[in-house]
Design a protein around this ligand. Structure first.
Ligand SMILES: NC(=O)c1ccc[n+]([C@@H]2O[C@H](COP(=O)([O-])OP(=O)(O)OC[C@H]3O[C@@H](n4cnc5c(N)ncnc54)[C@H](O)[C@@H]3O)[C@@H](O)[C@H]2O)c1
Length: 253
């Protein structure tokens, strides 16, 4: 597999789950890392990867606030001058008393929060960081969508499903518009993956989910991070506007 040496990546939501695993895979590919999260623990992730030989820095910011996204972009640019690889991974899926909110239960505040984190923050980060990729004539945007943005999912709230479908639409537009500049934009659409976000669902819900997946199990964070590392690599230069479905065969589009 071709490597991604000499590049710099910004990964959002890197304090946990898929984002943290993606940081490890990109570190192994020789990529310098800027890890962003609202959780202070992202500093520990950056320092432990640094101890393993990575170039890794942390930025703490709340992506639900557009002005904080603007500040964070400025901090990222002051740290590295521009990123080559942008992984918009941070995402939220608010529950109602520990279960999926029905269509009629979703409060406008939750609808707006989901869109601010899952769609508006990636939009703003792309706006701010694509010009550098354009100048360099090389770039990779990888947006973390979801199976819920690809097909009906009884396990996802309407706000979450709609936000992930919007993210896929935005990614396709970027893919087409920026392809002439050597930039690709793709989505990864995980099905049920074993992470803290998934484990916030009740145990019987998870068991039932695994039963419906042809593979008979949930996916692992490594199975998602390896796809992100591939999309970020030199070898994926002709993959553009794709949605990589990683769901154990639960949905075949
Ligand atoms: N786990 C799954 O089964 C699954 C399935 C499909 C899609 N996804 C998507 O994968 C991505 C990662 O999910 P995960 O399962 O690793 O979740 P996770 O909860 O383990 O990690 C999400 C990270 O995003 C950060 N984050 C959340 N809101 C933020 C904000 N406002 N500002 C900054 N950081 C914020 C959290 O602090 C956390 O570190 C999400 O976009 C999610 O929608 C996950």
């Amino acid at each position: 597999m071709s490597t991604t040496n000499g590049r710099t990546a910004l990964i959002t939501g890197a304090a946990s789950g898929i984002g943290m695993e993606t940081a490890k895979w990109l570190k192994d590919a020789g990529v310098a890392l800027i890890l962003l999260d609202r959780s202070e623990s992202v500093r520990d992730v950056a320092s432990s990867l640094s101890q393993e030989g990575a170039t890794a820095q942390a930025v703490v910011a709340d992506l639900s606030d557009p002005s904080a996204v603007a500040d964070a972009s400025d901090r990222v640019l002051s740290l590295c001058g521009g990123v080559d690889i942008l992984v918009n991974n941070a995402g939220v899926h608010p529950k109602a008393n520990g279960r999926i909110a029905s269509f009629e239960e979703i409060a406008i505040e939750d609808w707006e929060l989901v869109f601010r984190v899952n769609v508006t923050a990636p939009f703003l980060l792309c706006q701010k960081l694509l010009p550098h990729m354009k100048r360099k004539g090389w770039g990779r945007v990888i947006n973390m969508a979801s199976r819920a943005g690809r097909a009906y999912s009884p396990r996802a709230g309407t706000h979450y499903s709609a936000s992930k479908a919007a993210l896929i639409g935005m990614t396709r537009k970027i893919a087409g518009d920026y392809a002439p500049f050597g930039i690709t934009a793709n989505c990864v659409a995980p099905g049920q993956i074993e992470t803290p976000l998934a484990r916030s669902s009740a145990a019987h819900v998870l068991l039932e989910a695994a039963r419906k997946i042809p593979a008979g199990r949930l996916g692992t964070v490594a199975e998602i991070a390896s796809a992100v590392a591939y999309l970020a690599s030199e070898g994926a230069g002709f993959v553009n506007g794709a949605v990589v479905d990683i769901n154990g065969g639960e949905t075949m589009v």
